[in-house]
Design a protein around this ligand. Structure first.
Ligand code: ADP
Length: 210
């Protein structure tokens, strides 16, 4: 599979919720010939993609960080949808490494894919769970037929994973997904980084796909 090279035009500076698009990762490997990977700086809630991924907590009932920003931007129907999930399919909440989707409501994105990072600070140090956040989110995006998906740095905030660890988990998940889903609907994967200092970690890890 090959992560398709992005044209020079795509690699130019573009305003993203007040930030700038950083270098674009490209690569070769096995899988989807058309998949592109971009690393951006900015606010994920502003992205006009088919699906954005939320670094939620197990309650699914909102929290701080990117979760809070997504709930504010998506509006109160998101909390109602999450409460409905808790009342039906997920009475015990969402386990670390798992993912579930809701509509995007007031967002430009059509869907929100909620996943729960392992809380490194609380002793959940199994990297496979962090990889699973990215893998399961990609799997759900594919099942929804999404062409474009934006990820935050899952686990890289209050849950305490380093930028390097998050970026490596994302790379591992992308490798696996591209190998296992050669005909996926997903053509574009964005990593939208709120903090510019994470950009170097993501550039380094995703460039290894080349
Ligand atoms: P976790 O609990 O999984 O660590 P956090 O929300 O605390 O999740 O942080 C995950 C990452 O999301 C952090 O790098 C944080 O800076 C970033 N973040 C916070 N708000 C936004 C936003 N609006 N858009 C994109 N990333 C964000």
């Amino acid at each position: 599979m090959r992560v398709g090279r992005v044209d020079d035009a795509d690699a130019g500076n573009e305003v993203v919720g007040g930030g700038l698009i950083g270098p674009v990762a490209t690569g070769t490997g096995m899988g989807n010939w058309n998949m592109r990977v971009k690393i951006l700086q900015g606010d994920i809630t502003t992205r006009s993609v088919d699906a954005i991924v939320n670094a939620a907590n197990s309650t699914l009932l909102g929290g701080g960080g990117v979760d809070g920003a997504i709930h504010r931007a998506a509006g109160p129907r998101l909390l109602a949808a999450c409460q409905e999930l808790r009342a039906t399919d997920l009475p015990y909440g969402l386990a670390p490494g798992a993912a579930v989707s809701t509509p995007g409501f007031d967002l430009a994105a059509r869907w929100i894919i909620h996943t729960v990072g392992p809380n490194h600070h609380a002793g959940q140090t199994n990297k496979a769970l962090l990889v699973s956040c990215f893998s399961e989110s990609l799997r759900i995006a594919d099942s929804l037929g999404a062409a474009s998906v934006a990820f935050p740095a899952i686990g890289g905030g209050v849950y305490g994973w380093t930028g390097h660890q998050v970026a490596e988990a994302a790379r591992t998940a992308l490798d696996g997904f591209m190998a296992s889903h050669p005909g996926t609907s997903v053509e574009l994967v964005e990593f939208v980084l709120f903090h510019p200092e994470l950009e170097a970690d993501f550039n380094a890890s995703l460039e290894e796909l080349r």
